[in-house]
Each structure stands twice: as C-alpha cells, then as structure tokens.
Ligand binder design. Sequence first.
Ligand code: NAP
Ligand code: GDD
Length: 329
Amino acid sequence: MPTALVTGITGQDGSYLAELLLEQGYKVIGMVRRTSTINFDRIRHIQEQVEIVQGDLLDQMSLISILQEYRPSEVYNLAAQSFVPTSFTQPVLTGEFTALGVTRVLDAIRIVDPAIRFYQASSSEMFGKVQEVPQRESTPFYPRSPYGVAKLYGHWITVNYRESYDIYACSGILFNHESPRRGLEFVTHKITNAVARIKLGLESELRLGNLEARRDWGYAPDYVRAMWLMLQQDAPDDYVVATGETHSVQEFVEEAFGYVDMDWREFVVQDPKFYRPAEVDLLVGDPSKAGKHLGWEPSVSFRELVRLMVQADLEAWERRLKQAAALTA
Ligand code: NAP
Ligand code: GDD
C-alpha cells in the first residue's frame, strides 16, 4: 500500500485529494496545523480512514519528523495562505507559508528521502497581468498580488529542486477550481451561498467587488485528479490545469440567480471594499499539455458548476432551517 502525505488536508482540495487517494488504495497521512478548535468539517466523513498528524509549514523540524516517521512515497503540498486579499494585508506571513513553506517541504524531502515524489500547488495567479491569451506552461509570469508573488517563488523552487537534486517534483499550475466545499470568502461560494439565503428569505443583498474580472473556473474534484496523475508519470514536469473557458464574475452571478428564477440586479450591490489594490483581469488556461500527457480533461461545465453549487447551498440552508425549527418546536 503506497503512503501519501497531504499538507492542507483540511482545505477544499485536500479533502477531495484524500478521497481520491483512499479510492486508489493509498494510506493517507494528513498534516494539520495545531488550532484551538478542530477544523475537520471537510474531512469528517473520511476521518477514520486517514491518519492525522500535526505539523506546520512554518516549522522545519515538524516536516522532517513527519517524513521520517511515515516514509511517504508521495507528498502533495496543498497548504498555503490561499486568499488573495489577505495576502495584501499580511504579505510577510503569506510569503512565509506560501513561498518559504515550499522550500521547507522540499528541503525535508532532500534530507529524508530524495526519492519521494512531490506535487506543488501552483496557481494561475502567477500569470497575473497576462502576457498571452490563453495562458500555457510557457507563458511569462507577471503576478499581481503578494499571493501570486509567493506562489511564483514556490513554483521556481520546485523547478530548482528538480533540476538541482533530481527530485521528482511537479508544479501544477491550476486555474480557479470550485465546489460546495470552497471557502465562503471566495467569490463563487460567496455568490451561491448568498443566492440560496436570498431565495429562502434569509438575506436581502449581496455585496461584491469587481464584476468584470474573468476567470477560468473548473470543478475541484477534477483538478485533484490532475495532481495525482502528475505524480504517476515516467518523468516530472509542470502542467497547466484549466477548462479553457473564461467567464466574468457577472456571468457567474447571472447564472446563479437565474437558476433560482431571480433577477440579480435587484440584489447585487457593488462595494469598493471588495476591490483589490491590483487586479487580475483575465485568466483563461490552455490545458492541452495536461490533456496530451496525462489524459486529463474537465468533466463539469461552467453552467453545471454554478448550478451544483447553488443547489448544494440551497439544500444546506434548508437543512439548517429544518433543524432550527425542530429545536424550537
Ligand atoms: P484552502 O481551502 O484555503 O486550504 C488551505 C489549506 O492550507 C488548509 O488546510 C489550511 O489549514 C492549510 N494551511 C494554511 N497554512 C498552513 C500552515 N502554516 N501549515 C499547515 N497547513 C496550513 O485552499 P484550496 O482551495 O484547497 O487550495 C489548495 C492549494 O492550491 C493552496 O495552496 C492554494 O493556494 C492552491 N490553489 C488553489 C486554487 C483554487 O482555485 N482552489 C487554484 C490554484 C492553486 P487550516 O484548515 O488550518 O486553515
Ligand atoms: N473574493 C471575492 N469577493 N472576490 C470578488 C468579489 C468578492 O466580493 N467581488 C469580485 N471579486 C473578484 C475578485 O476581484 C477576483 O477578480 C475574482 O472575483 C475571483 O476572486 P476569488 O474567488 O477570491 O479568487 P482568486 O481568483 O483571487 O484566487 C483564487 O484562485 C487562484 C487561482 O487563480 C484562489 O483560490 C487562489 O488561492 C488561487 O490560486
């Protein structure tokens, strides 16, 4: 039974990747940082099947000890400070987690067992002010946030350890991917959650920032499959993972409100508070290399994605309302 270590297992991607690895017969070790309250909502359903171990990207020794104790053959580094606006308010901390954290994991691998295969969660945010449309592996980078800059460091240190120490290290340049498990501060889930609450009479408006930004949005379970595939090849490489389609935030809003037969204009308020110091205006990826080499392709369309997220939020809020009613009955 192969063993895989997943950092960031409590996050959106970590939870889906852990499910996939368990299906593939792996022993899954999930690294979590110490918190005063347990934060296992996304992995509760598989908690008995994975081994949870405490460690932190800020702490080199914890990473070395985990590798020494569990001897994984694959490490998926998904942990990061992943919210772009927070990277503007906490740029140094973002650099510590999202940039230097990658070096700490790679150095632990180099010291403990350079045969470990390594996946780094790189991001389309590295393309930032895009130099080419669509963006592919060879497109020059131009990050527009401290998060994007930190991810770019993580990307290049992954390439550097591959070239310097012959480590099987891959950088997956993943475009935005969403699901009902997405954090509520990200725009897609913020929208679908608000649509459900407005539909059920729990809220009356949705405050958003830039509606014109365009993103290439895919479905998270498809994207974790690409991560796994990258570590199953004969040689390590870097891949863009995307749908190849781009839509504006406004199109997402229209589709989400449309699904519940409501007119978004009656509820959406633009609020300068949600604008960023520097914006990424357009992302659209070319996933043809991943298609050709990994046999990867997305399975969920933009429309299906919006609908499945709204539907999941409607069901979740209806469930909560029923539970609250039962308690007061
Ligand atoms: P997420 O939901 O925000 O999850 C981030 C995970 O990192 C959480 O488990 C978090 O733990 C953990 N973490 C943060 N700081 C840590 C530290 N110092 N030590 C240990 N763990 C730490 O992110 P996601 O959407 O699943 O994304 C996974 C990765 O892919 C991230 O690196 C993200 O930047 C990258 N990425 C995401 C997308 C996307 O569209 N989702 C696209 C490209 C790249 P807590 O639960 O304790 O907070
Ligand atoms: N979060 C948020 N909230 N974004 C808003 C809002 C709002 O109220 N209104 C408009 N937006 C716009 C943002 O300005 C941005 O252009 C777009 O919606 C998407 O924002 P997010 O959903 O926060 O995602 P992101 O694109 O900044 O970053 C995500 O994708 C990256 C990959 O490209 C994150 O998952 C990153 O971790 C990931 O690397």
